[in-house]
Design a protein around this ligand. Structure first.
Ligand code: WT7
Length: 643
């Protein structure tokens, strides 16, 4: 029997959606009359300069929503609140890692955004151009995003933890005209030197489109300024007007591209459009986070990932809430930093990842106990399956048994939350995302697309396009078709395995492809393999994930070396560092194992399944008859015991 947690009656009474019947009514309406359903939501919840001609256009697998409609994300997030009585309401409550703080009202945020939009304009940038944003978690990051959105410049935020190599690949793929960055940011009391990485990415002239770099001064450390290419943000802003009209953009105008790992070594540029994206980010703020006018809302993610795009910036600002932003790490200066922020700002809604929860569990309950967490009324989880034990801890120690927990399943590609409980309506079960959002039609199927029975594991697919769905992979529509719409023809393939229980609740089990999930960050095995084989000593590499107590999964590499004299201990350290340099610190392998050969099929494919079994169970089972050299596997498995 699964343990069921109904939300407390006080919460239910005040919720935006109260009771199962209310949820069912919304869900059924969206299922039966999707166009009418979304049209009503779009008219009620967003501002349009011009109404759409028709709601939905489907040339499989390419979707368009609110065709012919004109809107602007920045206008929806700022101007309409300033005009509608929220001018002095706090939009962003920011806390820097060293303890510096800023409180920015909607009125002030609009002025900041307009002024920076005018800077972009003055550099000759216009709708249709692209900007790479590589910044720390400071208010100027959302300012830059919203300024781009205001003008129709498609932005791509690159997480500050990515290396110069990864940054370069993204600048190139996007063909960005400008890079917006900062000298650095703070993490664990150390400076993350962002501008150095930008210099490295642009050094060899490998990014010919990126003619200019705009640098915000955050850490005030010494950086190089290249004449005629690099400009200080504050200098460009001098004398700029604080007014800038929002462009009336097509509902399908590309708002942003966010790169994420696929099954090959090359990251995919997930492209999101304007109207449908904002609508679903807005609706899920109301449905899942039950946002109310007086709420203090905090999502602890980094804006460099999709969670931050939809649930720190666009969703929260679209509904006119106060969004808390924190620059640094949860353990700096001590393990109670988050709880001190919750208490200080009287946070009502808190959204984080299972990895973070597990890391905090390990430190003990004394840290949250030091602070008054009574302001909290709702907790959220995202990024990977949450193990029931972590769920129960979160519920008991942080939520004091009083706060519902919304376990939200979604992806970079989906743009917004797809499966999660509406907390005033749907009783929760630890470890289950529970039920789908209105307009989302998930199903568990086999590879032929045949539904599997409740309780049985299968592939999670989505049967129907939704407004915030990715529109394509930037510059590669074929890959978009092939990745998402071909594995099971005609439906969206999520890449996740899942099962549905007899209450109709969904349980996500994890990826079925070569995508790993390390601390809720997506990483492909191929990406790490490509990084490894670039090293002069490496002949071949195979990468698999293994379960990890804190990060969910950890990267484990099997490496064969070229002939030569190698000190495996030294080389192991070097290769871990190498991967961090090639991709980013979060990709640093947990383990490097040297071997004289890799297990392969007769056709030469590396048998990752076997390697996975070796790292997880230490034994090898199942069908291995296609193996070329069984002795390799035996040796690899045996090596475990020697370690
Ligand atoms: C993959 C998407 C979307 C926000 C952050 C991750 C896994 C995400 C859950 C959850 C179980 C989850 C899936 C998914 N995932 N949320 N609540 N329960 N698994 O975005 O980097 O695009 O990764 O994260 O495997 O496919 P992403």
């Amino acid at each position: 029997m699964d343990h069921v947690y109904p939300s407390n009656p006080e919460f239910v009474a005040k919720a935006n959606v109260s009771g199962m019947d209310a949820y069912r009514a919304l869900y059924e309406r969206a299922e039966q009359q999707p166009e009418e359903f979304w049209a009503e939501r779009a008219a009620e919840n967003l501002h349009w300069f011009k109404k759409w001609d028709h709601v939905f256009e489907w040339n499989p697998p390419f979707a368009k929503w609110f065709v012919g409609g004109k809107t602007n994300v920045s206008y929806n997030c700022l101007d309409r609140h300033v005009n509608g009585g929220r001018k002095d309401k706090t939009a962003i409550l920011w806390e820097g890692e060293p303890g510096d703080t800023r409180k920015i009202s909607y009125g002030e945020l609009l002025r900041l955004v307009c002024r920076f939009a005018n800077v972009l304009k003055s550099r000759g940038l216009k709708a249709g151009d692209r900007a790479i944003i590589y910044m720390p978690m400071i208010p100027e990051l959302p300012v830059a995003m919203l300024a781009c959105a205001r003008l129709g410049i498609t932005h791509s935020v690159v997480f500050g933890g990515f290396s110069a190599e990864a940054l370069k690949a993204r600048i190139q793929d996007l063909g960005a005209q400008v890079v917006i960055t900062a000298d650095g940011g703070w993490r664990r009391a150390k400076e993350v030197r962002l501008k150095d990485a930008v210099d490295e990415a642009l050094a060899a002239g490998d990014c010919p489109t990126a003619k200019e770099v705009i640098v915000y001064r955050r850490t005030a450390s010494q950086i190089a300024i290249k004449e005629g290419r690099d400009y200080w943000w504050h200098e460009l802003e001098e004398g700029m007007s604080e007014e800038c009209p929002a462009a009336e953009l097509d509902a399908e105008h590309p708002l942003y591209v966010l790169y994420t790992s696929g099954t090959t070594g090359k990251p995919k540029g997930i492209m999101h459009a304007t109207g449908g994206y904002l609508l679903q980010a807005t609706m899920t703020m109301k449905w899942v986070f039950d946002i109310q006018e007086s709420d203090m809302y905090w999502c602890s993610a980094d804006i460099g990932w999709v969670t931050g795009h939809s649930y720190i910036v666009y969703g929260p600002l679209s509904v006119g809430t106060t969004t808390v932003m924190y620059e640094g790490a949860p353990d700096t200066p001590a393990f109670d930093r988050w709880w001190s922020i919750v208490a200080k700002y009287k946070v009502n809604i808190f959204y984080t990842s299972p990895t973070a929860i597990r890391a905090l569990i390990r430190q003990g309950e004394q840290w949250p106990e030091k602070h008054d967490l009574s302001s909290l009324r709702l907790l959220g989880s995202v990024g990977e399956p949450i193990n029931p034990a972590a769920w129960e801890w979160y519920h008991r120690v942080i939520g004091k048994g009083r706060c519902p927990i919304v376990d939200t399943w979604w992806q970079t590609e989906t743009g917004a939350i797809m499966i999660a409980p509406m907390p005033g309506a749907v009783p929760q079960k630890p470890g289950s995302g529970t039920l789908p959002m209105p307009g989302v039609l998930p199903q568990i199927v086999d590879l032929d697309g045949k539904p599997v029975e409740d309780g049985k594991e299968g592939y999670l697919i989505l049967r129907r396009p939704w407004p915030s769905m990715l529109r394509t992979i930037w510059g590669d529509p074929e890959r978009y078709k092939e990745q998402y719409w071909s594995r099971v023809p005609g439906v969206y393939f999520t890449g996740d395995a899942a099962r549905r229980d007899s209450d109709g609740y969904f349980w996500i089990l994890g990826r079925v492809d070569d995508v790993m999930n390390v601390s809720g960050h997506r990483l492909s095995t191929m990406e790490v393999e490509s990084a490894l084989v670039k090293h002069p000593a490496v002949a071949e590499a195979a990468v698999v994930s293994k379960p990890h107590e804190i990060t969910g999964q950890a990267v484990c590499c099997f490496v064969t070396l070229k002939k030569g004299d190698h000190d495996p201990r030294k080389l192991g350290v070097e290769l871990r560092q190498w991967v961090a340099h090639e991709i980013g610190a979060f990709a640093r392998p947990e383990e490097i194992r040297f071997t004289d050969a890799l297990p392969k099929t007769r056709s030469g494919k590396i048998m990752r399944r076997l390697l996975r079994e070796i790292v997880t169970s230490h034994t090898v089972a199942g069908d291995v008859t296609t193996l070329e050299d069984m002795s390799v596997v035996t040796r690899l498995a045996a090596q475990q015991d020697e370690d």
